[in-house]
Design a protein around this ligand. Structure first.
Ligand code: 5AD
Ligand code: SF4
Length: 450
């Protein structure tokens, strides 16, 4: 687990900070690492206070995200020097840790700990090793799940993430996830339900079930019956105190009719679906190894809309995949126009080491990608604004998440995951009845109803 002694021993850290990049699963992992360090008697460094241990919970999905960790490390060292403080212990966690392993301390000498996403339950031991002057590295993907070794959930805000599934077996040709997060694994039914109960006891009103392929979740319920994500959602629906359920990210091939049906009749399941299609050209989808077509995706959207007509659709898009012609890209724009998104994420293709697409012929020039991304984002932004505008006049409920900048202003989310501003005396965690009165490109305004 650890390599021989490489530096002078130092005191065990008393304070920590955890900074997460990338996806919501990293946010969840970051929270759990913080809880784990807290259970060791360490405390979170206050705002502006230099922590004794800095955990950088990294993302490897695109080159820009992966490189960010190195500039962050440089900044942490510089800040410590300028303040004449000792360099903090630096831990690189997350997907860059998994992908680059021992190369990280070779490239950035200031790094003391490298810990992969399936090994962070070992963080306390790694911190002790690093403080004792040993370089500590753990990128194992053990058969036993890390979750059992983590402390119970104690204190959370009104919206909480709950990882139910990790890893991916789909091997899209552009994607590092199958390598950094490993094979598809579902957490057991009982563990998920227990964690959901603990989150509700700790103050959660909304739970978002997380997984790289969350709709591939499968498990046996307490009676031994095999259940899919829909069964898990229905079990959570029965938990008193929980108001809202969401899930992300889904793959079109795992979108079962049972899950679609849950959107029709589970009241707590919010009318929102993040279902990435990535591109609108079947030729490109095939080269991406997406194992679905534009047609099969459109049929799913049709069935989802039949079950829940007001559903807000979200997705991910990649422009400039190797070999993408102007015609292929036009097919993506056409698909987006046909579907209408409430929001979506779009990215320029980024070649990732070890993935099949990185060595494909016909890599697309940066300026072509830039221009395509601009056109796609302009269309998606118009759709988002139109979606927001179409909700004006509706009466709905908002879950209050935090205070706004203006006096008396609070911010929350609508069922369709729109950010809502409103004037109210309601507190964080309250559900407020509102009428939507105005819409902008990125948020809406609500009037609290008495
Ligand atoms: N380049 C650009 N975008 C990528 N994504 C995954 N891998 C890459 C890559 N190599 C995008 C996909 C995925 C989202 C999380 O990130 O759209 O759905
Ligand atoms: Fe990556 Fe494809 Fe798996 Fe999504 S489905 S995590 S894009 S390999």
């Amino acid at each position: 687990m650890s390599t021989p002694q490489t530096s002078t021993p130092r005191a065990q850290p008393q304070t920590y900070s955890v900074k997460s990049f990338g996806c919501q699963m990293n946010v969840y992992d970051g929270e759990r690492m913080a809880e784990l360090l807290g259970a060791q008697g360490m405390r979170a460094a206050a705002e502006g206070e230099a922590a004794d241990l800095v955990v950088l919970n990294t993302c490897h999905i695109r080159e820009k995200a992966a490189e960010k960790v190195y500039s962050d490390i440089g900044r942490i060292v510089k800040n410590a020097n300028e303040a004449s403080l000792p360099k903090p212990l630096i831990a690189v966690a997350g997907c860059v840790a998994q992908a680059e392993g021992a190369e990280i301390p070779n490239r950035a000498k200031a790094v003391d700990i490298v810990v992969g996403p399936q090994a962070y339950h070992n963080l306390p031991q790694l911190v002790a090793d690093a403080a004792a002057g040993k370089n500590a590295l753990d990128t194992d993907m053990p058969a036993a799940s890390k979750f059992g070794a983590l402390p119970a959930r104690r204190k959370v805000g009104p919206t909480a993430f709950l990882t139910v599934q990790e890893g991916c077996d789909k091997f899209c040709t552009y994607c590092v996830v199958p390598y950094t997060r490993g094979a598809e694994v579902s957490r057991p039914w009982g563990d998920v339900v227990d964690e959901a109960k603990a989150l509700i006891d700790a103050g959660a009103r909304e739970i978002t079930l997380l997984g790289q392929n969350v709709n591939a979740w499968e498990g046996e319920d307490e009676k031994g019956a095999v259940q899919g994500l829909d069964g898990l959602i229905r079990a959570l629906d029965r938990l008193p105190g929980l108001e809202r359920i969401r899930y992300t990210t889904s793959h079109p091939n795992d979108m079962t009719q049972a899950l679609i049906d849950a959107h029709a009749d589970v009241e707590k399941l919010m009318p929102f679906l993040h279902l990435p299609v990535q591109a609108g050209s079947d030729r490109i989808l095939k080269a991406m190894n997406r194992s679905h077509t534009t047609e099969s995706y459109l049929r799913i959207i049709e069935r989802v809309r039949a079950a829940r007509p007001d559903i807000a659709l979200s997705g991910d898009f990649i422009v400039g995949f190797p070999g993408e012609t102007e015609e292929d890209f036009a097919a993506t724009l056409a698909l987006v126009s046909q579907v209408n998104h409430a929001q979506a994420f779009s990215f320029k293709y980024s070649p990732r080491p070890g993935t099949p697409a990185a060595t494909m012929a016909d890599q697309i020039a940066a300026d072509v990608m830039d221009e395509r991304l601009q056109r796609l984002q302009a269309l998606l932004n118009r759709q988002q604004h139109a979606f927001n505008a179409a909700t004006v006049g509706r009466r709905t409920r908002v879950l209050i998440e935090r205070a706004g900048k203006l006096p008396g202003q609070m911010l929350g989310k609508s069922p369709w995951l729109q950010s809502v501003h409103l004037q109210t005396e309601a507190k964080i965690g309250d559900m407020v009845d509102v009428e939507i009165v105005a819409a902008g490109p990125n948020s809406i305004s609500g009037l609290a109803l008495a």
